[in-house]
Design a protein around this ligand. Structure first.
Ligand code: BTN
Length: 326
């Protein structure tokens, strides 16, 4: 068993602890403590080492805790969600739940991680996932619907995230089709939906949400697009990631339950409220072509409507990317 977690717990009071004291508390050698400290620093934890005083975590961490997350759930979410698993390190919370879904795990299963070593974004991009800094959350949902009927679900996920953030006091949240979460033109979070099951139903979707909460300086160079984080958007002290996780899950359960009952029909109206591109010139990159036009919102299947001059065309989310142009 790794002793890194108990070591973090010991260091988490913000005080200095000497190497011998940590070694005694953990029942290991001083060399082993030093090795673990180096490993935690490499994972992005800011552990200060001062000769004669020892080690301390410069900013105490609030670690993710399934009990606290469950305590923050609304009644409806409490009923619909199954187990909530938290990993310290995982390759990708989405990959984990995609595999668990194939093994038959219950719908409503949730997976979170403090750190991802192979966090995945849309279009095969890497999702930068430093330790205990941001939120990496995946939810498995099973539907008695055909795959084609789930096209609009990515909009539902975006609306859920926007609503949860608004409830936390963030103003000016915008969505860029299909489901980029932006604040002041910079990416605050992203959503990756992965579909499995039978084309004619039943099928399941793993919704993966990555939200920047307090991005550490050490991770910033790895991000290849304009970004922001929740601490900046709120302009306030640290955001509790346990509270944030519970709020996101509450909002997802509301939107997904609604989707089960009404499909995407009512979604386009909700989406409009956050739509950043409506009425603006955009450039849509398809795998083999680029289309320009004026964005005209989304339809009831969640397709992007683009006025291309040759009439309004609809585009379904997939391996496409949308940018403002002009
Ligand atoms: C995007 O490219 O905008 C989507 C990013 C999605 C990242 C999240 S983090 C939790 C979950 N696990 C992953 O590997 N990806 C998603």
């Amino acid at each position: 068993m790794t002793l890194e977690q108990p070591l973090i717990t010991l260091l988490n009071d913000g005080r200095f602890h000497t190497g011998p004291a940590l070694a005694a508390a953990l029942g290991v050698s001083r060399a082993a403590v030093w090795k673990m400290i180096r490993s935690l620093q490499a994972q992005g934890l800011t552990i200060e080492a001062v000769k004669g005083r020892g080690y301390r975590l410069t900013t105490p961490l609030e670690l993710l805790d399934p009990v606290q997350i469950r305590a923050g759930l609304a009644a409806a979410a409490g009923l619909r969600l199954a187990q909530i698993e938290v990993f310290r390190t995982i390759d990708s919370t989405n990959t984990y739940l995609v595999n668990r879904a194939k093994a038959g795990v219950a719908g409503g299963s949730v997976c979170l991680a403090e750190r991802q070593t192979a966090g995945r974004g849309r279009r095969n991009r890497l999702w930068v996932s430093p330790f205990a800094a941001n939120l990496y959350l995946s939810l498995l949902w099973r539907f008695n619907l055909a795959a084609a009927e789930l096209a609009g679900l990515s909009l539902a996920a975006g609306v859920a995230v926007a609503r949860a953030l608004e409830e936390l006091g963030v103003t000016g949240i915008g969505l860029k089709w299909p489901n980029d979460v932006l604040w002041q033109g910079r990416k605050l979070g992203g959503i990756l939906l992965e579909l499995g099951g039978e084309a004619s139903g039943p099928c399941h979707i793993v919704t993966g949400i990555g939200l920047n909460v307090t991005m550490p300086a050490s991770a910033q160079d790895a991000i290849d697009q304009p970004w922001t984080d929740l601490s900046t958007a709120l302009g306030a002290g640290p955001v509790s990631r346990n509270v944030l996780a519970a709020r996101l899950l509450n909002a997802l359960v509301v939107q997904y339950s609604d989707f089960e009952r009404h499909g995407a029909a009512t979604l386009s109206a909700h989406w409009q409220r956050y739509d950043l591109t409506a009425g603006r010139p955009v450039l849509l990159k398809l795998p083999n072509a680029t289309v320009t036009g004026i964005a005209r919102g989304v339809d009831s299947d969640g397709a992007l409507l683009l006025d291309t001059g040759a009439g309004v065309q609809r585009f379904l989310a997939g391996e496409v990317s949308l940018r403002l142009s002009g």
